[in-house]
Design a protein around this ligand. Structure first.
Ligand SMILES: Cc1cc2nc3c(=O)[nH]c(=O)nc-3n(C[C@H](O)[C@H](O)[C@H](O)COP(=O)(O)OP(=O)(O)OC[C@H]3O[C@@H](n4cnc5c(N)ncnc54)[C@H](O)[C@@H]3O)c2cc1C
Length: 389
């Protein structure tokens, strides 16, 4: 059922792609980040440019119109962008997790129908798993899909769904057999484009991750063709949804590295120009201790992400590696941004400086794609399994 898709890229092509992204950020993205973030404006022009660069097909196979990038290259892109503006990578990430579910678990007909449109950005979207009473415990979801002839009729509520206002499709996790035991056997995953009965509710006013549309969804007798059931077989949804999270975790980890790197960059610059007691604060040991910890954390996080992405690209089971990368890199993002806040002193608390955004944005990294509490449990379980007594 699961299809491993080997991805490789020529180092020169990777370097050229990263260079294109650097130039785009310098020219188009960096000048407008603060304005978008402070006013919670969805970045329409930047999304158009990302579409033109092919980024909505970054990890989708070339045979379906995507760039076919390996996770190692994609995570470098995510880190680079996140080192200036993490939030915008959410528009790509959730979309590509939806695409990965179709590419890994979909039928050939589903791949042919949906992947070219996902890759071109004609259809953008995300993943709808979480419900008001089911986040970590995904098997407790209550949204149902009931077969009716050639269709399914879906009813229920989702919450915290990224890209749900400006996107036009989600990969939707439902129960096709609510009475099934164990519960995961009754879960299915659908490609769910917007249509009658697919209602977008309240947009969340968030602490950080501004400019990204995160909203509630309500499904009221929402009817979709049975052909939209990913893989064509009921009962596979839990594994399809959580299988995609491996890549999702690597991506969140890559965002964490970006936030940790950006925080360090800002703190390093500031510490060399801000003077107290007649010298730059970078020459005070208390500041050096922070910088020393920050750069070490950053490099450790970067290596863990590279390790997990390489394992993913080799087709190995990597829930432990992805979990370690996600856990460590997201905590590194929080710690580095907090240390940078201390280094900026009072100015850290001003919205005229960028560093407060890194602090707000970094906290999300500990929650998304499985909380850090759960990551440590996943790591431990895999560790024990690999080391039987
Ligand atoms: C900005 C943002 C964007 C999001 N985007 C999406 C999206 O696009 N799609 C989507 O489906 N979801 C999305 N989410 C939801 C996110 O995935 C959930 O918030 C997350 O899975 C945690 O679920 P919860 O909030 O219900 O917390 P809960 O599951 O209620 O957990 C609360 C606390 O209890 C801990 N906990 C729970 N169970 C256990 C356990 N068994 N052992 C130990 N500790 C436990 C958790 O770690 C956490 O600390 C988003 C969330 C945010 C904040």
């Amino acid at each position: 059922m699961t299809e491993f898709i080997q991805r490789v890229i020529d180092p020169a092509d990777e370097a050229a792609l990263l260079d294109t992204i650097d130039r785009w950020m310098e020219r188009d993205m960096r000048p407008v980040v603060m304005h978008h973030d402070h006013n919670d404006i969805w970045p329409a022009e930047l999304v158009k440019q990302m579409t033109e660069m092919g980024l909505f097909g970054a990890t989708i196979g070339q045979e379906y119109g995507g760039l076919g990038l390996p996770a190692t290259t994609y995570s470098k892109i995510v880190t680079r962008i996140s080192s200036y503006w993490m939030a915008i990578t959410g528009i790509l990430n959730s979309h590509l997790i939806m695409a990965a579910a179709v590419e890994r678990f979909g039928t050939e007909a589903q791949k042919q129908e949906w992947l070219p449109k996902f890759a071109s950005g004609e259809i953008r979207g995300g993943i709808a798993l979480t419900e008001p009473d089911a986040g970590t415990d995904l098997q407790a979801i209550r949204t149902t899909a009931v077969r009716d002839g050639d269709d399914y009729v879906i009813n229920g509520n989702k919450t915290w769904i990224t890209n749900s206002i400006n996107g036009s499709c989600v990969a939707l996790l439902v129960k096709t057999d609510p009475a099934a035991e164990p519960r995961y056997k009754g879960m299915s995953f659908f490609i769910a484009p917007k249509g009658p009965g697919f209602n977008v509710g309240k947009k969340f006013d968030k602490l950080g991750y501004k400019s990204i549309d995160t909203a509630e969804l309500n499904f009221e007798d929402y009817r979709i063709p049975a052909a939209n059931l990913i893989g064509g077989v009921e009962g596979q949804g839990f594994f399809q949804a959580t299988g995609g999270l491996e890549l999702g975790r690597i991506n969140v980890a890559a965002r964490g590295v970006g936030l940790a790197e950006g925080s360090l960059r800002l703190a390093t610059e500031y510490a060399q120009v801000r003077k107290t007691m007649g010298k730059p604060i970078a020459q005070h040991q208390a500041i050096q201790l922070k910088l020393g910890e920050m750069v070490t954390r950053l490099e450790a996080a970067r290596l863990l992400v590279a390790n997990a992405a390489q394992a993913y690209d080799r087709g190995e089971r990597c829930d432990m590696e992805a979990g370690m990368a996600k856990y460590f890199a997201s905590e590194a993002a929080v710690r580095n941004s907090e240390d940078a806040m201390r280094i900026f002193g009072g100015y850290s608390y001003s919205k005229e400086y960028d560093i407060e955004r890194y602090y707000r944005d970094s906290l999300l990294m500990c929650i998304g794609e499985g909380t850090n509490e759960m990551q440590r449990m996943i790591i431990a379980k895999q560790w024990i399994k690999r080391n039987p007594a």
